[in-house]
Design a protein around this ligand. Structure first.
Ligand SMILES: [Zn+2]
Length: 226
């Protein structure tokens, strides 16, 4: 008797809670990012293009892995460094700007990505959610160049996991006809303005830049643990 009465009551209590939880999870990324002091990259300068690849199906997994996260966020001081880099770039020619493919990534999203690639040949491209990488602190950005609003030749697309994306010996890539001389020039320009403003490169990905070293980051900057 009691059980019959209890069941609908439990359902009533449970269902709205699930609904609320889902809606909150979708909407709250923006609030949580702001609360942690992160900045929406699109608000830095109107010339910046944001094409958050993991928030679409146009990525190496072919699935939208970001769900409710639709904007590119960066830790405030990192965003300021990016803006300085943009000013330097536009002092050369005001038609230059950036296209951002990825930025801050909450740990819950890292977990979703990890579960999607775990045990597949793509596992090596995704950091385990246990320790947290630079994107999980909002201090890394995946970025290319645009000219007059259009992405320019960078040699490979974003997330091309071949040695053509490596930055260690680009003259050889040009000599072998694997990337164009133009692409090498564009990569060098991107690296110049970012490294002049405190970013570090990553040898295997022309698009990946990190601000601060991880020892400093783990001590002074909060993990995006939501
Ligand atoms: Zn990256």
């Amino acid at each position: 008797m009691y059980r019959w009465m209890l069941m609908p009551l439990l359902l009533l209590l449970w269902l709205p809670a699930v609904g609320r939880g889902k809606a909150a999870a979708a909407a709250d990324f923006d609030a949580l990012m702001r609360k942690q002091g992160l900045v929406d990259v699109a608000t830095l300068d109107p010339s910046i293009t944001v094409d958050l690849k993991y928030s679409t199906t146009d990525n190496f997994v072919g699935r939208d892995m970001y769900g409710g996260l639709k904007k590119a966020y960066l830790y405030k001081a990192t965003a300021q460094s990016l803006l300085k880099a943009l000013k330097q770039l536009q002092a050369i020619d005001p038609k230059w700007s950036f296209i951002v493919y990825d930025a801050a990534r909450p740990v819950s999203v890292q977990r979703i990505m990890w579960n999607l690639v775990k045990g597949t040949d793509k596992q090596k491209y995704v950091a385990s959610p246990h320790c947290g990488g630079p994107h999980n602190y909002g201090i890394a950005v995946d970025i290319g160049l645009t000219y007059d609003g259009r992405p320019v030749d960078m040699g490979t697309p974003f997330d091309s996991f071949t040695s053509d994306a490596h930055i260690t010996d680009e003259p050889a890539l040009v000599r072998q006809g694997r990337i164009s001389a133009e692409a090498m020039k564009n990569r060098r320009l991107l690296r110049k303005v970012l490294t002049d403003n405190g970013f570090f490169t990553y040898s295997r990905e022309w698009w990946h830049f990190t601000r601060y070293n991880m020892t400093y980051v783990r001590k002074h900057i909060g993990l995006l643990d939501f």
